[in-house]
Write a protein that binds this ligand. Structure first.
Ligand code: AP5
Length: 213
């Protein structure tokens, strides 16, 4: 089963994707994580995208489609979770073509609905474990022991370079201009299932599980 988690920055896509990986053995394909890995390893592509990402703009379709194509042909599991991809209509068309080439299809697009005020609070309080990638929040999901990851015990907690007010404004603008048209696109295809992303993390998990069956 292949699914897309669609929603604005901070909607909770990564948080829910990690849960689905844990309980269903699905494979999370986060283009944001792939690009951050390229950025921190200093590859030529990473250097090219660093400033774009920090400013909150979208990286070119060509780069992200290439990243997804490589993962689709090299990873396997109980289905893919597309987290932060597609983000443009061109990416959505490319994904449909890539899946068709592999004899696969898209099961559901989960639209995570959250209002902008909540997004600002979520982004401002987010931090992640630098070793295992677990996502936390100062208020809604703190670590049990301060500064120590609940999952792997690491004390390498990080905040993202693009989690600041200026970049978030640009990220939201990019979302409304380029990504939100995908809501209508997938609705018209009959694939879209909205969930209330404002509910707490466990409630959102339950809504997604009810949809996936
Ligand atoms: P990316 O990494 O994809 O970032 P994003 O879409 O902006 O999404 P986020 O990771 O910020 O949020 P999320 O929805 O995963 O929320 P999370 O679960 O962390 O992309 C980064 C950049 O890479 C882009 O700006 C662009 O430059 C580039 N890029 C990536 N993909 C691209 C593409 N396809 N095309 C072009 N460019 C691309 O949750 C947020 C916080 O809220 C956490 O602290 C969490 O603990 C908390 N939280 C989560 N759920 C809840 C809840 N239900 N209640 C309360 N708190 C919650």
């Amino acid at each position: 089963m292949n699914i897309i988690l669609l929603g604005p920055p901070g909607a909770g896509k990564g948080t829910q994707a990690r849960h689905l990986v844990d309980i269903r053995g699905m494979v999370q394909l986060s283009t944001g994580d792939m690009l951050r890995a390229a950025k921190s390893s200093g590859t030529e592509m990473g250097q090219k995208v660093a400033a774009i990402m920090d400013a909150g703009k979208l990286v070119t379709d060509e780069i992200v489609i290439g990243l997804i194509e490589e993962k689709l042909t090299s990873e396997s599991g109980a289905g893919f979770i597309f987290d932060g991809f597609p983000r443009t209509l061109a990416q959505a068309d490319a994904l449909a073509a890539l899946l068709a080439k592999l004899g696969q299809s898209l099961h559901t697009v989960i639209e995570m609905r959250v209002d902008d005020d909540a997004l600002v609070k979520r982004i401002a309080g987010r931090f992640t474990c630098g070793d295992c990638g677990e996502v936390y929040h100062d208020e809604t999901k703190p670590t049990a022991a301060e500064g120590k990851c609940d999952v792997c015990g690491s004390n390498k907690m990080q905040r993202r370079a693009d989690d600041n007010a200026d970049s978030l404004r640009t990220r939201l603008m990019e979302y409304y201009k380029k990504t939100s048209p995908l809501i209508g696109y997938y609705y018209a295809k009959g694939d879209l299932r909205p969930v209330n992303g404002l509910a707490d993390i466990i409630e959102v998990q339950k809504s997604i599980e009810a949809i996936l069956g």
